[in-house]
Design a protein around this ligand. Structure first.
Ligand code: 9D3
Length: 248
């Protein structure tokens, strides 16, 4: 899959791309990430890429011409999906990542300043994505998050063949707690069942802790998760335990 990131901060993006699993994926030829510096497509002596908003108000707006010129400098084929990273976009989710992972090419436009001239959207943007309801300084971190989440879904990018499938959200629940050595650290042990070698009991414990975490932290996910008869039993146990006043 080929990603193009259009940004005013290509070096910031490059630093992350070469210090992560994405570097390995690129070297293995599984993905290509190209960086385009939008400032190179400014057209005046001062290399201007922003201007004051029509109608007045604080802040600056990213100009349309350099962004469109940067887009038009890219190869046209195969036709890429063009995504604008913006706080007014629809939320990025694992389902969105899965849909994007089926594409051959993805162009990611990183906004900066208070926003991007609306005509960029009208002329070129297929889809607008937000990372969530918080304010960042630009679209670079969201674009890198999209490249990361999408790349992980491309066969061969992760080490283990089923690592992506076992991640949180792929079954609609948060993951259970994890432990590794040592067996005791500063008075904190490891749940006995994990040391028991009883794989059925371990699977049951993990599922239960998954349900417990989801119920506590993200109850809205439980409504959408595909739950079976055993899950209902485990949730009933969790409810009993909380009535009985267990902690943790
Ligand atoms: C006061 C109005 N601000 C909107 C909340 C203006 C504004 C702030 C920060 C406009 C753009 C930005 C820069 N942010 C992004 O480009 C961005 C973003 C984000 O801030 N949060 C979550 N997802 C994203 S995707 C791109």
């Amino acid at each position: 899959m080929i990603f193009d990131i259009l940004t005013l901060f290509p070096q910031a993006c490059a630093a992350y791309l070469k210090a992560s699993i994405l570097d390995r994926a690129q070297k293995a030829g599984l993905i290509t990430v190209r960086l385009t510096d939008v400032r190179e497509f400014s057209f005046d002596r001062h290399r201007t890429v922003d201007d004051a908003p029509y109608g007045g108000g604080d802040g600056m707006v990213m100009k349309v011409e350099p962004v469109v010129a940067a887009l038009e400098s890219l190869p046209g084929k195969p036709r890429p999906r063009i995504v604008l990273l913006s706080p007014t976009g629809t939320p990025f989710t694992q389902a969105v990542a899965q849909e994007l992972a089926g594409l051959e090419r993805l162009v990611l436009i990183c906004g900066r300043y208070e926003g991007v001239d609306e005509r960029v959207r009208k002329l070129a943007v297929d889809q607008e994505i937000s990372l969530g309801d918080f304010v960042l300084s630009g679209g670079e971190l969201p674009a890198l998050a999209v490249v990361d989440a999408v790349s992980r879904l491309i066969p061969g990018v992760l080490g283990g063949s089923d690592s992506a499938a076992a991640d949180s959200f792929s079954d609609g629940l948060l993951e259970h707690p994890h432990y590794t050595r040592p067996p005791e650290y500063r008075g904190l042990g490891v749940p006995e069942v994990l040391l028991s070698g009883n794989h059925a009991a371990i699977a049951r414990w993990r599922r239960k802790e998954s349900l417990r975490r989801t119920l506590r932290r993200r109850p809205e996910l439980l409504d959408a998760a595909p739950l079976g008869a055993q899950d209902r039993e485990l949730l009933a146990e969790i409810e009993q335990e909380s009535k009985a006043g267990h902690s943790g």
